[in-house]
Write a protein of this length. Structure first.
Length: 56
């Protein structure tokens, strides 16, 4: 049976791991937003260029 010290240490380790994972999730969220913005710009450029092409 685990003693209270072991339980406390495990709880602290778990809390640190949760904080680390939360930071990574925030970074991934920021990167996803940046990629989405870039994709929207590319789509806009493609649409503008398609409208400027002469129609046959």
């Amino acid at each position: 049976m685990a003693g209270w010290k072991d339980i406390l240490l495990d709880t602290l380790k778990l809390a640190d791991e949760v904080k680390r994972l939360n930071q990574q999730t925030e970074k991934l969220s920021e990167r996803t937003i940046d990629i989405d913005k870039r994709l929207v710009r590319l789509e806009t450029m493609v649409e503008i260029s398609q409208k400027q092409l002469p129609k046959d």
